[in-house]
Design a protein around this ligand. Structure first.
Ligand SMILES: [Mg+2]
Ligand SMILES: [Zn+2]
Length: 197
């Protein structure tokens, strides 16, 4: 029964939920060295807690889908990554908000797994385990691989956010105008999705 399934907001983690700190001070053309975000470096982006509250009030789940090849490459352990996610939820809890579940692809790109975005593996697993109706769900990310992942998973819409991560770089690298909706941040996405509901 479709009615028993719930829609979800699928959220990329870095650049949507928390700030991508290694981009600080860099221009769009500067080279970037990705770094694993440790607990002291976690900054939940403005408006995220309020957006999550709104997402839950509207009956949606909030599910993070994140590529963390650092785990597969041995840079960090799964336990260290779990601790970061517990910390994010502890910070959100202070504002009465939470992420329902963090789904992680731990594999390096070379492993060619079926869960690294833009592949739909994490979304399909979440849908199975949490009872999600993908066709009523939305994806929010800051890279083209996030947009593609949402589309490959059958999400209704995939949004790009400009602030907090790679969004501006993603837009700057497009050869043509984006064929997906663009918002400033998660709060604006939530307002747009729920306007008129
Ligand atoms: Mg990101
Ligand atoms: Zn994977």
């Amino acid at each position: 029964m479709t009615s028993q399934l719930r829609p979800a907001f699928f959220l990329d983690r870095d650049g949507v939920v928390i700030k991508v700190r290694y981009l600080e001070g860099l221009g769009p053309a500067d080279a970037v060295v990705p770094r694993f975000v440790t607990i002291p470096q976690v900054i939940v982006l403005p408006g995220v807690a309020a957006a999550l509250r709104s997402i839950h009030e509207h009956g949606f789940l909030a599910v993070v889908v994140t590529n963390q090849g650092y785990v597969g490459r041995g840079v960090v352990t799964q336990a260290e990554l779990d601790a970061v996610h517990e910390h994010i939820n502890a910070e959100l809890a202070e504002a009465g908000a939470h992420i329902d579940r963090f789904y992680v692809c731990p594999h390096p790109a070379a492993a060619e797994c079926d869960c690294r975005k833009p592949k739909p593996g994490l979304f399909l697993r979440a849908a199975r385990e949490l009872g999600i109706d993908l066709g009523r769900s939305v994806m929010v990310g800051d890279r083209l691989s996030d947009i593609a992942a949402g589309r490959n998973s059958g999400c209704r819409q995939s949004f790009l956010v400009r602030e907090g991560g790679w969004g501006e770089r993603t837009l700057a690298e497009l050869a043509e105008p984006p064929d997906f909706p663009v918002c400033a941040d998660l709060a604006e996405v939530a307002r747009q999705v729920f306007s008129g509901r």
